[in-house]
Design a protein around this ligand. Structure first.
Ligand code: ADP
Ligand code: MG
Length: 312
């Protein structure tokens, strides 16, 4: 942290934030803050209110209630000033398909009154950073999904933002493209850029986010560091038993062990599973099924808190 800056240097402060679309309450009484230099995640199932929340943060849609300050500015009264200092990757890739890769950036630079020569210089630099320079003259319409996403990220960085906001940055990308995006985001964070992203990819959240919230149906469920959330809400070990032998559920209930019975699969969460794993393997895994022990993950937390029912 630079000298003179205090720990309470938040780039986002949301208090009792609310967004309503008629009768639908998309975001309800949501409070959170994002510290400078932090990568902060908003997680939740489909329809949880993630997009509604960050659209308010990038001054795309006004809050219906509560207060929201971005880079210290009130999002409603000072939207223009906020927009000039942030970068945004929306959920949909809204590039101009008829322009070339380079032109997409140069045209966008005009919104920020960046002089033409400087715009071209910065555009080329960002295309290099996003490993897109070899396609600078390609028409955007001819790019694959992964390349388009990299172009959108390059564009979001044109105005040298202090805060980068991304809505599901890797949804729909192939593994190579996804890792490419993750590496770039890690590099940007290492350079001190503050990042706010939504995702329902738990690997992404665990890898990138310093802190995160999980929300559902417009409400905040939990907030914390990924590892702390796993510890607090699941434990350390998870034992998964496929096609368990009869009597396992009763045995676990008797021992007061927390488990989830999905019929063909039974999932046990426990702080130290070593003894229990041995016991279960010997007594309840003799049939065709299998038994494994693994480390608990953020996905376990997510499913425990938001359930297994399909959304939308
Ligand atoms: N423009 C809109 N008009 C009406 N309802 C909307 C609109 N945008 C979002 N919603 C509703 O608000 C809720 C939250 O949506 P959204 O913020 O897109 O969730 P997420 O991004 O977490 O999937 C959903 O029920 C969705 O249908
Ligand atoms: Mg969304």
């Amino acid at each position: 942290m630079q000298e003179g800056k205090t720990a309470v240097n938040n780039v986002i402060e949301a208090e009792h934030l609310r967004k309503a679309f008629g009768d639908i309450i998309a975001v309800d009484d949501l409070s959170f803050s994002v510290a400078a230099g932090e990568c902060f995640g908003i997680l939740g199932p489909n329809g949880a209110g993630k997009t509604s929340t960050i659209r308010m943060a990038y001054a795309f849609s006004p809050p219906s209630g509560g207060t929201l300050r971005v880079l210290g500015l009130d999002i409603t009264r000072e939207a223009r000033a906020v927009k000039s200092r942030i970068g945004v990757c929306q959920q949909e890739n809204n590039i101009d398909p008829d322009l070339s890769v380079l032109q997409n950036l140069e045209v966008f630079a005009r919104y920020f009154d960046i002089p033409a020569a400087e715009a071209t210089r910065r555009s080329r630099e960002l295309l290099r950073f996003m490993a897109l320079d070899h396609r600078e003259n390609a028409r955007a319409v001819d790019l694959s999904g992964g390349l388009i996403r990299r172009l959108v990220m390059a564009r979001a960085l044109l105005n040298r933002p202090e805060l980068l906001i991304l809505d599901e940055p890797t949804t729909g990308l192939d593994p190579q493209s996804r890792h490419q995006v993750w590496e770039r985001l890690e590099q940007l964070r290492a350079e001190g850029l503050s990042i706010l992203l939504t995702t329902h990819n738990m690997d992404e959240a665990s890898r990138l986010c310093d802190r995160l919230i999980i929300m559902d149906r417009g409400h905040l469920l939990v907030e914390g560091k990924p590892a702390d959330l796993v510890r607090r809400h699941v434990g350390r070990d998870v034992i998964e038993v496929t096609e368990p032998a009869e009597g396992l559920a009763a045995y676990l209930t008797e021992r007061g062990v927390i488990f989830e019975n999905l019929g063909l699969r039974l999932i046990v969460t426990v702080e130290d599973g070593r003894d229990l794993y041995r016991e279960i393997s010997e007594r309840f895994c003799n049939g065709s099924g299998g038994c494994i022990m693994r480390t608990a993950t953020l996905e376990d937390v997510f499913l425990r808190l938001t359930g297994r029912d399909l959304r939308e």
